[in-house]
Design a protein around this ligand. Structure first.
Ligand SMILES: [Zn+2]
Length: 498
């Protein structure tokens, strides 16, 4: 209020002074009419002198025409904003970033970061940091590439009481119990493996790619340098599509972005309300690595193997939702009836937004075949049709990939013979751009790096393995963790496969 009153008082004073000047001008003009040319000059000079004097007294400032002031201000505002000088980060901020890179074993990146700071030589903390990174780098030893385990999970169980209910009568609940891991189990495994010295590396870290003068890519063993005592492992996630068949079984319903643009999961609660949070492996692992940057080698995350028939990441992105062929599955039909506002392009755009954010966080995508097909048994015609569908419906969302993770654990050849010339299915997939091939063999590790492809066996860390290891009927996990410490107490006994 006081400020308003003060402003009003100032305005009134300005008005008074303006009126005084007008009065003076009239007087001067009157005089001009009566006196001669010399008189005119004299009068003008006198007037100017008076102004100058007033200026010196500091009173004219307030008389200055406010319109003139306003105009000049507007002019300044309408000028294009000056390009801001890029803010120079403080050496403390640079050191913090470099420390984070070094925590993820990227010592060269950390050193480069520090040396990018102008005048780093004069900051003892920075030169000491470089020495520290160099010492740590020198201590690192190469990982034995042929002994890297590759583990995988499916969509995690949020609510075991739903996923595993009625083991006696519901075959789907039996399947959930066999193939799915609970959030509780996943978190325990992640923490235990971290404590045991396991560091997550990218699937592609295991190979080194070189392109020859003909543009052909050749593969050989990659180099992964870790501190002594650390062990590497590769991670993949299968079927992150949130299939219609998962509805009502206590799984997340889709991946979404939170208010910070970070990938999270949507979960539909019993009362029908939706919550967003860490309801699957992607946000859980993102959080773990944020809290433990030394759990991941150079920021590696996992590779996500996607089919396309129910869409991806919980979005119904397949063309069949729009064309609605006569033989459309009953669950798709039901979903379409429940979602009359469905629009294919909107679904695809949303899915791409989520996929892009995941890629920005280090996640990679792979084909799991469009139709979750049994590659070993399928005819060439079916494989060709399936590959076309994947490239038309999934690739535009997740981007090109040269990784294929076979469904049902099937493969194109046995170990150790591998993919030989004349293997028609391999040659077809290779000609369609696939260079990395993964199956499921549950061996501790199986890696085959040949000149024209990279192949890696995988281990399922699911209910089946955890349960039978926990009761001592299997010993396939003890190099990673003690299964009886991991087993979710809410998991019922798992049925043996026959
Ligand atoms: Zn699968």
């Amino acid at each position: 209020m006081d400020r308003q009153r003060e402003e009003m008082r100032r305005r009134a004073s300005r008005e008074r002074q303006k009126r005084y000047f007008k009065k003076r001008l009239v007087t001067t003009l009157g005089l001009l009419l009566v006196i001669t040319g010399i008189g005119v000059t004299a009068a003008v000079l006198a007037s100017n002198k008076k102004r100058d004097k007033d200026k010196k007294d500091g009173t004219v400032e307030t008389i200055a025409d406010p319109a003139v002031n306003e105009n000049s201000q507007k002019q300044q505002e309408s000028e294009a904003p000056k390009p801001q000088e890029p803010e120079t980060p403080s050496w403390e901020a640079v050191l913090q970033e470099a420390d984070l890179l070094a925590a993820g074993y990227d010592y060269d990146g950390a050193i480069e970061k520090v040396k990018g700071f102008t005048g780093y030589e004069g900051v003892s903390e920075l030169t000491a940091a470089i020495n520290g990174y160099e010492t740590k780098k020198a201590e690192c030893v190469p990982v034995n590439i042929s002994e890297i385990p590759h583990v995988f999970y499916h969509t995690l169980v949020v609510d075991p009481s739903k996923a595993f209910a009625d083991q006696e009568h519901n075959p789907q609940a039996v399947g959930n119990n066999q193939w799915m891991t609970t959030i509780d189990e996943f978190n325990k495994i992640t923490q235990t493996m971290y404590e045991e010295g396991y560091v997550l590396v990218d699937l592609k870290d295991i190979a080194e790619e070189t392109v020859d003068e003909n543009g052909i890519t050749h593969y050989k063993e990659g180099t992964i340098m870790l501190p002594p005592g650390k062990k590497a492992f590769v991670l993949s996630l299968d079927d992150l599509s949130y299939y219609h068949s998962y509805d009502g079984y206590g799984f997340a319903s889709k991946m979404v972005l939170d208010e910070n643009g970070k990938p999270k999961c949507e979960y539909i609660q019993d009362d029908g309300t939706t919550v967003v949070g860490d309801y699957d492996a992607v946000p859980l692992l993102d959080k773990f690595i944020e809290e433990h940057p030394d759990a991941s080698y150079k920021g590696a995350k996992g590779t996500i193997a996607l089919t396309g028939y129910n869409g991806v990441l919980g979005y119904r992105t397949d063309i069949s939702y729009q064309t609605v062929p006569d033989d459309i599955n009953a669950d798709k039909k039901k979903w379409l009836e429940e979602h009359p506002d469905f629009d294919l392009e909107t679904e695809r755009a949303k899915a791409k937004e989520v996929a892009d954010a995941m890629k920005a966080d280090g996640w990679k995508f792979a084909s799991h075949t469009w139709g979750h097909m049994k590659i070993g048994e399928a005819s060439m015609e079916r494989i060709q049709a399936d590959t076309t569908k994947w490239k038309e419906n999934v690739e535009p969302i997740v981007g090109e990939t040269d990784v294929i993770i076979f469904a049902h654990g099937q493969d194109l050849a046995g170990w150790p013979e591998g993919y030989m010339a004349g293997n028609e299915k391999f040659e077809y997939l290779k000609s369609n751009g696939f260079n990395y091939y993964c199956n499921v063999d549950s061996a501790q590790y199986n890696i085959q790096i040949r000149d024209n492809y990279v192949r890696m066996g995988r281990r399922n860390l699911d209910g089946y393995r955890i349960y039978f290891n926990s009761i001592g009927e299997e010993n396939t996990l003890s190099d990673l963790f003690n299964a009886s410490d991991i087993l979710d107490p809410q998991r019922p006994p798992v049925q043996r496969l026959h």
